[in-house]
Design a protein. Structure first.
Length: 233
């Protein structure tokens, strides 16, 4: 089985290391990294991801936070080989009404200059460590402020909720119990909108895969094993 990982807002894929280390060794992991030379729309990123998907192999698609809409849009097209989708602390429409209202102002935000303490509060919460904070800061620093602002604008305007109904494979939603960015109602709505969706809540912050890699990987491993069990029946 191949596990294709789509990263959060930074798009570097660097923050997956601890989670990947906990996945079952039998799985092949592919991390998609988003380019930073120019601004990409969600549809353009979808094309980029689609071009990197496995051929003639079964795989699952995991969309973390920012990448959830991309995973959903691809899965809705029912590509050959896709057997499951995982959304981690993600969304199918703008996760906060306030974010939508502030969309015109996002371009003015000095994203790369946001104090580390602020990033820790919203992304790591009480699970923050010096190592995690440094890794987060390093990942963000690799992406130009203009690109980060552009991605925030995409989040503020996104709405792919109607595409959930076109997904025919099982979907797992990993919810962080202490997420300060995405409301818990998002996971419940996704579960309601998809007949084969499972919601699993883990105590942790928005950066769930980074702060709770062992627990998160265990749930994903079990999800994949359940899919493999279907194939054997």
């Amino acid at each position: 089985m191949i596990v294709v990982l789509l990263p959060g807002l930074d798009g570097t894929g660097d923050l997956f290391a601890s989670f990947v280390a906990e996945l079952h060794p039998a799985y092949t992991v592919t991390v998609v990294r988003y380019p930073t030379e120019r601004r990409y729309s969600y549809s353009e990123l979808e094309e980029l991801v689609s071009a990197s998907l496995p051929v003639n192999r079964e795989y699952i698609l995991l969309g973390e936070s920012f990448s959830g809409p991309i995973a959903v849009s691809i899965a809705a097209k029912q590509p050959e080989g896709l057997v499951g989708v995982v959304l981690c602390c993600s969304f199918v429409r703008s996760p906060a009404r306030l974010l939508s209202l502030l969309r015109p102002l996002i371009r003015l935000l000095p994203v790369s200059g946001v104090p580390t303490g602020v990033l820790e509060y919203f992304l790591l919460g009480e699970w923050s460590t010096r190592t995690l904070a440094l890794a987060l800061k390093n990942a963000i620093s690799k992406v130009p402020s203009s690109i980060l602002r552009s991605r925030l604008q995409l989040v503020a305007a996104v709405d792919v909720e109607d595409r959930l109904q076109s997904i025919v494979v099982p979907l797992l939603y990993l919810q962080a119990a202490s997420d300060r960015l995405v409301p818990t109602s998002m996971g419940r709505n996704i579960k309601t909108s998809h007949s084969q969706a499972t919601l699993y809540c883990i105590e942790g912050p928005h950066a769930l895969l980074q702060t709770r890699p062992v627990r998160s990987a265990m749930v994903v491993n079990e999800f994949i094993q359940s899919l493999e069990g279907r194939f054997r029946q």
